[in-house]
Design a binder for this molecule. Structure first.
Ligand code: NAD
Ligand code: TYD
Length: 354
């Protein structure tokens, strides 16, 4: 049997592939077009693994994707591929709608054609799993209950709008064409291989280079943090036991203000890599103008996946963040290589104008 993963060279996808091969003996095909966020270095230990196959393609490359599906007859497709950074979506939304909406539509059409001609017995087992985000639900006030699967979609950023649109497309292929789709909506992930544009790796990388640590607004926005390994285990649980047509919320029940997260990282770095000038990393914190449309709070109610599929997060933030910081401390070459991509130049030109 075989599964297909799209976007497997990115942060969550590459962690998923490592998690997969730590337990499974099934072929896995990774389809990724390698944007600035995709990095084959993340997967180099698998180069000799005969069960691992890589195709450099966009999910919108219809005829190539069709050929891959017909060649490998996958029992499941897990769609991680996306443009994923909110700040970038504010200043350049087009690529988000190209990949997250139009190319997801293309992938769904090809998958539907493949599914339609499958033998009945294989159809019963097939799943299309779409990896989405809690950001589609919008922003919570401090006194509101965490997002349930039944919350309305109220996306606020172009990124969240593009993910909401892709979720709706996935739902429509399930309702209209009976394609066995499942959507998972997860909270903020952290862990190894995350591109240093997102809060946690950006703070680690800037601190190590003694650059300012930019805190948007007052730093009082709240995110619900989940270690990427726990997310990957949830996806494997959904792959094996999740029910087609369902959606599952996945979260860490670990709500923290951004400023708290940044201070935890600074304190940990003070212990692990004290500054040569004897100053504290916290001295690098700089409050900057807020992100436009900045969502105040995300929080996930994971009762459904915990009750129905018996998944729960296992990694405590205090352990996970220390492991993550140590991973970045030991991966300076990885950091240098990924930052050498064109996105960094794009960021400097567009983003630092704020
Ligand atoms: P990422 O940006 O690190 O990786 C995305 C990957 O997709 C990259 O390898 C990139 O090359 C690839 N890709 C982009 N466009 C493509 C295209 N058109 N065709 C093929 N490949 C393409 O993202 P991530 O953080 O790993 O997120 C993966 C998925 O999980 C996304 O769908 C994201 O919306 C979702 N998600 C992320 C988080 C988080 O905290 N990072 C939380 C919840 C959900
Ligand atoms: P981010 O990692 O971009 O994830 P998301 O916007 O998808 O939640 O940001 C996490 C939080 O950290 C968010 O509230 C924005 C904030 N943030 C900063 O304060 N400074 C930064 O430099 C970045 C990248 C994010």
């Amino acid at each position: 049997m075989t599964i297909i993963v799209t976007g497997g060279a990115g942060f969550i996808g590459s962690n998923f592939i490592h998690e997969w091969f730590s337990n499974e003996n099934e072929d896995l095909i990774n389809i990724d077009c390698l944007t600035y966020a995709g990095n084959l270095e993340n997967l180099k230990v698998l180069n000799e693994n005969k069960l691992y196959h890589f195709y450099k393609n966009r999910i919108g490359d219809k005829s190539d994707i069709e050929k891959i599906l017909n060649r490998f007859n996958p029992r499941a497709i897990i769609n991680f591929a996306a443009e994923s950074h909110v700040d970038k979506s504010i200043y350049g939304p087009e690529s988000f709608f190209k990949t997250n909406v139009m190319e997801t539509l293309s992938l769904l059409e090809v998958t539907k054609n493949y599914y339609d001609q499958m033998p009945e017995i294989s159809k019963k087992k097939f799943k299309f799993i779409h990896i989405s985000t809690d950001e589609v639900f919008g922003s919570l006030q401090l006194n509101e209950k965490p997002f349930k699967e039944s919350n309305p979609y109220l996306p606020n950023s172009p990124y969240a709008a593009s993910k909401a649109a892709s979720d709706h497309l996935v739902r429509s292929f399930n309702k209209t064409h009976k394609l066995p789709c499942i959507i998972s909506n997860c909270s903020n992930n952290y862990g190894p291989f995350q591109y240093p544009e997102k809060l946690i790796p950006l703070v680690i990388n800037n601190a190590l280079n003694l650059k300012n640590l930019p805190v948007y607004g007052k730093g009082n926005q709240i995110r619900d943090w989940l270690h990427v390994k726990d997310h990957c285990k949830a996806i494997i649980t959904i792959l094996e036991d999740g029910a087609p047509s369902e959606t599952y919320n996945i979260g860490g029940s670990c709500e923290m203000e951004n400023i708290e997260v940044i201070k935890i990282i600074c304190n940990s770095l003070d212990n692990l890599r004290p500054r040569k000038d004897k100053k504290k990393y916290e001295d690098l914190i700089k409050f900057v103008s807020d992100r436009p449309g900045h969502d105040l709070r995300y929080a996930i109610n994971s009762d459904k996946i915990m009750k129905e599929l018996k998944w729960k997060p296992k990694i405590k933030f205090s352990d996970g963040i220390n492991d993550t910081i140590e991973w970045y401390l030991n991966s300076s070459e990885w950091l240098m290589n990924v930052l050498d991509k064109s996105y960094d130049i794009w960021m400097k030109k567009n983003y630092n104008k704020r």
